[in-house]
Ligand binder design. Structure first.
Ligand SMILES: [Zn+2]
Ligand SMILES: [Zn+2]
Length: 586
């Protein structure tokens, strides 16, 4: 925790002319007390827009209003919560990065009961198949009911996941004549395999250990940045040297499909390397407003391999052509209720349906994907040793922007930058975001599942909004076997650490889990209170109480840390994530 700068340490600028005491200017120069309250709340890590939850004790019927942190991840909503979230992400990256054991050991062996249930389920599957062949639909319905019951029993027995996908309803089974066609299409528009060596992927997620000449061992990990291709030369402020020649169309499509391209990269890398490479990182905009991605990778991979895989990786978008924009948002196609289709406003001919458009693609042997996303030549990778300041600095760098909106990472401050953003946005607005996007109607194609509610050219999809820069989905990307924990698990760890440190001295600062312990959840009923409910006080009262409690809690924690410093250490590893703990307290 950085101590607040003491007043007087920095030379105060001498005001040119102090306002007359008692004047309006003098009064306005005084800070507003409510602003100071919020500022202190932020300094103490107290949520500034808490959710009031009413907790009813089911035994006594007593109710109590408890403030829970809002849990925002962006600092323009709530800086303390966003910072707390960032600390959890940092803890997550730190814990998974240099692991030397598998985070998720294999599951325990199945019990005899579990095995017999699965066998019974298998028999039912056999009988159902026979009944379907014999068209004994009543029996199929009975068997489906039995299958449902067995699957419930399987879940109760503690087996994870479904044993198989659910059967379609009997009626659908009979009328599903489309299946054959659909299957054919999906194989024809598959992604071409990249030109890379392929190995069988081992389950291993932990990197290689190296032995130095003196016999000591070390296990370095990596840090990787993946960037998109160039759309034209840019100036240092991120704006194009020649705006007319900058390829905004490709920039927009690349941004929208960047997450899929990253997925392909990890898939290709794992196949090429032959082990289950793990990563944690985030997507954020570069100054030129194109997305790039930073990743911490567990273990090391030769730089050449990373470059080769990045160069060979691409994502093909097999969508209808968008070369000709046939309609505009001002002169759009119209919905025909009778035909239940979108039609041309003049001729009333229905527009091409999604299925027709894709079939046409399949039937055309020369068809090409409407877009192919690729990485740029710039691939930065370097090794990082566990426990070094370099490792910590890198973690801070990866998480630098995660509390900010995409559009706030690089604020446009000059006209040139604003125009660059506008041109990109104009392109993003007319680029289809998904196969269900209302923008397809501009190109004379009805999107998948077209309906009357679509607004041609005015899709509400996130990527069409100005400040997303086309980066619509999740920006934090963590592979499954990174730390073996969810963010909620990491949060729980931070709390457990505080509890262990405070020991029995928690009476002054009652810690209330927002997820609550199991016992707690049964004993109490929770409901969201409304801000104008009489038992919910004004926000300022609630903030003041939380700040006071936090201040006392913090000094207790500091004292406990001092005591622990003399005892066994090793608590420092999770310290970062725990310092701002306790937002759940009243
Ligand atoms: Zn908050
Ligand atoms: Zn859209």
């Amino acid at each position: 925790m950085t101590a607040p700068t003491l007043p007087g340490l920095e030379p105060a600028p001498t005001p040119a002319a102090a306002p007359r005491p008692g004047s309006r200017a003098a009064r306005m120069a005084l800070p507003r007390s409510v602003d100071v309250l919020k500022q202190i709340a932020t300094e103490y890590g107290v949520c500034v827009r808490p959710l009031a939850m009413r907790r009813t004790d089911l035994d006594t019927g007593l109710t109590e209003v408890i403030d829970l942190p809002c849990g925002a991840t962006r600092e323009d909503k709530c800086a303390p919560c966003a910072k707390k979230n960032r600390r959890l992400r940092q803890a997550q990256i730190r814990e998974g990065w240099h692991r030397d054991d598998e985070p998720l050991p294999g599951p325990e062996p199945a019990t005899e009961t579990q095995k017999s249930l699965i066998l019974f389920r298998a028999h039912l599957e056999f009988s159902r198949d026979e009944a379907v062949r014999a068209s004994q639909w009543n029996q199929v319905a009975d068997l489906d009911e039995a299958i449902r019951e067995v699957e419930e029993a399987i879940a109760t027995e503690g087996l994870r996941g479904r044993v198989g996908p659910p059967h379609a309803d009997v009626d659908e089974d009979q009328s599903d004549e489309d299946t054959g066609r659909r299957r054919k299409r999906s194989t024809k528009r598959r992604q071409d395999a990249p030109d890379l060596p392929r190995r069988k992927v081992e389950r291993r997620t932990v990197g290689k250990t190296y032995t130095a000449s003196d016999g000591s061992t070390y296990r370095p990990s990596m840090w990787l940045t993946l960037t998109l291709d160039s759309y034209g030369p840019v100036r240092p402020d991120g704006t194009p040297v020649n705006p007319d020649r900058y390829d905004y169309r490709r920039a927009a499509w690349d941004a929208i499909h960047f997450p899929r391209l990253l997925d392909r990269f990890w898939q290709n890398l794992r196949r090429c390397e032959g082990w289950n490479v793990q990563y944690a990182g985030c997507v954020e905009p570069q100054r030129r407003l194109a997305p790039h991605a930073h990743f911490a990778i567990r273990g090391t991979i030769p730089r050449d391999t990373l470059r080769t895989v990045a160069a060979a990786t691409y994502h093909q978008v097999w969508w209808p052509s968008v070369d000709v924009q046939r309609y505009t948002a001002d002169r759009p196609p119209v919905w025909d209720v009778d035909a239940s289709a979108w039609v041309d406003p003049d001729t009333h001919h229905p527009l091409t349906t999604w299925t027709e458009a894709l079939d046409a693609l399949d039937d055309n042997p020369d068809a090409e994907p409407v877009h192919v996303a690729r990485f740029g030549a710039q691939v930065d990778a370097r090794g990082v040793m566990p426990g070094t300041t370099d490792a910590e600095r890198t973690i801070r760098y990866v998480t630098k922007y995660i509390t900010k909106h995409t559009g706030d990472c690089h604020k446009a401050t000059t006209d040139r930058q604003r125009k660059h953003l506008d041109r990109l946005w104009r392109q993003l607005r007319v680029t289809p975001c998904t196969d269900r996007c209302a923008n397809w109607l501009l190109y004379g194609v009805q999107p998948r599942k077209a309906n009357a509610k679509l607004k041609p050219g005015r899709c509400k999809g996130k990527v069409h909004q100005r400040d997303t820069l086309g980066i619509g989905g999740r920006r934090i990307l963590v592979s499954r076997d990174w730390s073996g924990k969810t963010l909620a698990d990491h949060k729980h760890d931070a709390r457990a650490w505080v509890r262990a440190l405070l020991g029995t001295t928690t009476d002054g600062a009652q810690l209330v889990d927002d997820q609550a312990d199991t016992a707690e959840r049964v004993r109490h009923a929770w409901e969201l209170a409304r801000p104008d409910d009489p038992d919910v006080g004004p926000l300022s009262y609630r903030l003041m109480r939380s700040i006071s409690e936090r201040a006392r809690w913090r000094s207790e924690l500091l004292a406990a840390k001092d005591r622990a410093a003399q005892g066994p250490p090793d608590l420092s590893a999770t310290q970062h994530s725990a310092q701002h703990h306790g937002e759940g307290s009243r």
